[in-house]
Design a protein around this ligand. Sequence first.
Ligand code: GTP
Ligand code: MG
Length: 309
Amino acid sequence: MDNELKNRSGFVNILGIPNSGKSTLINKLVGKKISIVSHKVQTTRFCVKGISLYDIDKEKGIQSQIIFIDTPGIFDAKRRLDKAMVSAAWSELKYCDNVIFIHDVSRAKINDETLKIIEKLIKIKASVILVLNKIDLCSKDKLLERTLNIEKLFDFKKIFMISAKNGSGCNDLLSYLAGIMPVHPFLYDKDTISDLPEALLASEITREKLFNTLNQELPYNLMVETEKWLINPNKSINIEQVIYVNKESHKPIILGKGGQNIKRVGIASRKELEELLNCKIHLFLFVKYKKNWMEDPRKYSSIGLDFNA
Ligand SMILES: Nc1nc2c(ncn2[C@@H]2O[C@H](COP(=O)(O)OP(=O)(O)OP(=O)(O)O)[C@@H](O)[C@H]2O)c(=O)[nH]1
Ligand SMILES: [Mg+2]
């Protein structure tokens, strides 16, 4: 049989409550930043695919292409945007051969949100791999106790203990997943690592810098849109982005004293974009008040969310 016919390719959905480390994990497994990370809950707003190629047999050139799907954190959503995010997280499940359920072991307990997800996974008879994350923050005894308690709740197909942040255990997880992907020709081009268009990634990078630069008073309800993308003759790129806030009072928070804050955000975002896109970037940020952007259906469809979820 032709070696190409021995390749594997399939989908792995990463599910979990907000802040459990889903995006940190996908970035680690793909080996490149494709999804933004912050210490705040509900950072990821829409599903992002990240693709990893793993050599199963280097000599024979047999590889496994694992298409990971990072999803918004699942919780008891009430507001429209939150509901749309949670619905998006569950919606990708139907395409997936495997599900990773990620649990943050540094949490004091297995909370209700976690139990609700497990209940649903039981109901839909999903094939689930449990990934216990943030083991760098947890003692061995606590980790053992948590493992015993959580494995009672569901017949997990396999359990891994990892730190998505420092990478421990991540190779074992990747190698296991590579081996269980179905034998199938690559579903995506060999060189593709993400399905996120560059302009959307650029908006996300700026949103991440806002989340990470602003502290407690950060208006969670902000959104960033890349409105202009102009490639100059010298190959540098001019990017114009608008940060939408839905309260006038949020504008000065984002700008900061004498515009210091927005300046910091702009510098951090530009630096990262230059690294990711490998060229010089001229980034221009604007802050605009837009009443109720969260009630505008177009803002949902532009990032693949269902306004009526
Ligand atoms: N110490 C430690 N921190 C981690 C680890 N994994 C993730 N984090 C941190 O946990 C926080 C949340 O990480 P994210 O990857 O954004 O979590 P998420 O599950 O994608 O969150 P949402 O998108 O909001 O659902 C960030 O501050 C990460 O740096 C880990 O293994 N160890
Ligand atoms: Mg995330």
